[in-house]
Write a protein that binds this ligand. Structure first.
Ligand code: URA
Length: 216
């Protein structure tokens, strides 16, 4: 797997990551969602540099401007509910993408002994020969990402796969690196060292779904 950890090169992205982690700032759920969206836009921009581009002429009122445009048929798939703001950010840039949504949650929330991933809802167009972008903001164990990909298999074989996450734990990054093909890309804004015994990323930011959508 090609791992692109954007925080290795300090940029304005660090400011947005700092804000979503900061317990005094993250309480503002509108700002939290907007920051995740902004991170999605930056990750999308970086990802776009690896897409397939072809020459294109644009007729302006005064002449012809030569450029290159990407020609990928993109399907953007996100995991409900925490994935929604990240999905919005990616969709701001890949505005012609088809969209897929899946609900996947950790059984753990109901049964503390279990880390099993439960998939209940799935809406997805054909993935055959398309560019699949699979977005999950918190890559903790990596199991949701892998369970989602398994659930998407009946929809066809994508030409290429890009995984997009905001914060990951090293364990989750290693897990997806083993589960996906070597030519899969992971675009991630930060990677933390550890997980706690409940599967939360440490230091991470807490529960991204609760921060974005209430349940304080
Ligand atoms: N999901 C979250 O929202 N936070 C974590 O730390 C791990 C998974």
């Amino acid at each position: 797997m090609h791992i692109h950890n954007l925080s290795e090169t300090p940029s304005i992205l660090n400011t947005f990551i700092a804000e979503i982690r900061d317990k005094t700032i993250q309480k503002d759920s509108m700002r939290f969602r907007r920051n995740i969206e902004r991170i999605g836009e930056i990750l999308g921009l970086e990802l776009s540099k690896s897409l397939h581009f072809e020459p294109h002429d644009i007729e302006t009122p005064l002449g012809v401007s030569k450029t290159e445009l990407h020609k990928n048929d993109i399907v953007l798939c996100s995991i409900l509910r925490a994935g929604v703001p990240l999905h919005s950010g990616l969709l701001n840039y890949f505005d012609a993408a088809e969209n897929a949504f899946i609900s996947a949650y950790r059984q753990h929330k109901h049964n503390p002994e279990s880390f099993e991933i439960v998939v209940e809802y799935l809406a997805c167009p054909s993935l055959e020969n398309k560019t699949l972008i699979l977005a999950d903001p918190m890559l903790a164990t990596g199991q949701s990402m892998v369970a989602t990909f398994e659930a998407l298999k009946p929809f066809g074989t994508p030409k290429e796969i890009h995984l997009v996450s905001v914060i990951g734990a090293q364990k989750g990054v290693d897990y997806v690196a083993k589960a996906f093909n070597a030519d899969t890309n992971l675009w991630i804004a930060a990677v933390d060292n550890t997980l706690n015994d409940k599967g939360y990323i440490i230091p991470g930011l807490g529960d991204a779904g609760d921060l974005a959508f209430g349940n304080k």
